[in-house]
Design a protein around this ligand. Structure first.
Ligand SMILES: Cc1ncc(COP(=O)(O)O)c(C=O)c1O
Length: 437
């Protein structure tokens, strides 16, 4: 099993001391649950690894993986930054009381409304993705701010991280960032502005990466760019953000395939130190932006089994009360998951296919899995759903999105309430009935 789970005397699955059957009964299904201590451990482990290996650093959690106020508060207490990629994520983090001075604002097409919201609200680092965006900033910064906007520039290092093509972002052909050959002029333009302050450079090569080398290669390319720039223009970038992307296991058999946080952080720090030494470049303040690796293993989704249908000689379908609306990763990336029957963890197994309730044949959560005779009413727990599930969920088929519960010391705490029917029609203009616009 992934994470801190165990089986209790009733043959029920327990997560962080909570019986999943009781959780399903009291909080309803489907339900995203997180082992809060596991998130805290991950936050601590990253921090400790940096403290042991590098003199000045900041850790920024990538909110796109999973964001809610309770998580913002955990991150804030540990001094982390939060990286946001839309006005919505920025709004949530700042509404949760997260200090805007520790927010990094990303995005390859920041809208006028988003730019205004963030400029007026304040921001820790603004990551310029392209020249059009810089031109907007040059026009708008002084009207919305009384401070110099602290900038990173996102560059494309041209490194292939060997992961799924939809989550590869650092190759030459990418919608994100400035090609190395174009970046120089864009940065020079910003350096001439009194409204902007160039702090450093950023790259992010992709997600769910299982090797260290692509990260090291990217670090080397970024530092070489920084050194070349200094030589030409006598300007030193004070900061370097190497993005996120460390992969984590989704299946028991993948345990051990991914570098540990400590190994990853140490390798990056060593690389940055040795390249800076070679290039006689002052050590930049270093940032990384992990998302998935902080929360994925800590999360699980609890469903209830509804219909079970056997097509003789073909397969047995086990349908749950969620599916691609709360977890679009299988249909989007062919992502693989594992699951347990929460109310009968150990039992005689049979091969089944776990499907969702959406009107798509592709709404398959797990193509093939051995489970102990799933029957209607059983509780099914899909593991490692902490990242890119809640944040990617939709209302397809007008299915309400599940709530989120943090579990700690045997106690559940609702941190995001589940949607209700009213949430689904709230924005609809119903003449004579609904005046809300
Ligand atoms: C700019 C940036 N930083 C950080 C991340 C987080 O990546 P991961 O969740 O793989 O750690 C992403 C995700 O795609 C990203 O685009």
């Amino acid at each position: 099993m992934l994470g801190n789970k165990n089986i209790n005397d009733s043959n029920h699955l327990q997560i962080a001391g909570c019986d999943v059957v009781e959780l399903a009964q009291t909080m309803g299904t489907p339900l995203y649950v997180y082992d809060e201590d596991l998130i805290r451990d991950n936050i601590q482990e990253y921090k400790q690894s940096f403290q042991e290996n590098y003199p000045h650093f900041s850790l920024a959690y990538a909110g796109k993986a999973f964001l809610c106020s309770a998580l913002c508060s955990l991150l804030d207490k540990e001094g982390w930054w939060v990286d946001v990629v839309s006005g919505g994520e920025y709004y949530l983090a700042s509404a949760a009381g997260f200090p805007v001075e520790r927010i990094i604002f990303h995005g390859n097409n920041k809208t006028p409304e988003e730019r205004r919201l963030v400029l007026q609200g304040g921001v820790g680092r603004w990551v310029v993705d392209n020249e059009v965006e810089l031109n907007f900033l040059l026009e708008e910064a002084s009207s919305y701010t009384s401070y110099r906007v602290p900038l990173f520039f996102r560059l494309i290092p041209g490194v292939d991280p060997h992961t799924h093509q939809y989550i590869t972002t650092g190759k030459i052909d990418s919608k994100f960032g400035l090609p190395l050959g174009e970046a120089e002029n864009v940065i020079l333009k910003a350096l001439q502005s009194e409204d902007l302050e160039v702090k450093g450079l950023h790259c992010h090569i992709g997600s769910q990466i299982d090797q260290i080398d692509p990260f090291l290669k990217a670090a080397e390319i970024m530092l070489q760019f920084m050194a070349d720039f200094r030589k030409k223009y006598d300007f030193v970038f004070q900061e370097l953000d190497l993005g996120g992307g460390l992969g984590v296991p989704y299946l028991d058999e993948e345990k051990g395939r991914f570098p540990s946080f400590h190994f990853y952080v140490r390798a990056i720090c060593e690389k940055v130190k040795s390249v800076c030494d070679e290039l006689s470049y002052p050590l930049p303040h270093l940032y990384i932006e992990p998302g998935r690796s902080v929360v994925n293993t800590a999360g699980s989704t609890i469903y209830r089994v509804g219909s079970v249908k056997e097509i003789p000689g073909v397969k047995k379908y086990v349908a749950v009360d969620g599916g691609m609306a709360d977890n679009p990763r299988p249909i989007l990336y062919g992502a693989k998951y594992q699951a347990r029957i929460g109310n009968r963890v150990i039992g005689k197994k049979e091969r089944v296919s776990v499907v969702g309730k959406c009107c798509e044949s592709g709404d398959v959560l797990i193509e093939e899995i051995e489970l102990p005779s799933p029957s209607p009413g059983d509780i099914l727990v899909v593991e490692a759903t902490g990242a890119y599930n809640h944040s990617m969920a939709s209302n397809y088929n007008l299915i309400p999105r599940p709530g989120v519960v943090f579990l700690r010391g045997g106690k559940p705490e609702l941190v995001v309430r589940p949607e209700n029917w009213y949430d689904l029609v709230r924005r609809d203009i119903i003449p004579g009935k609904n005046k809300e616009v």
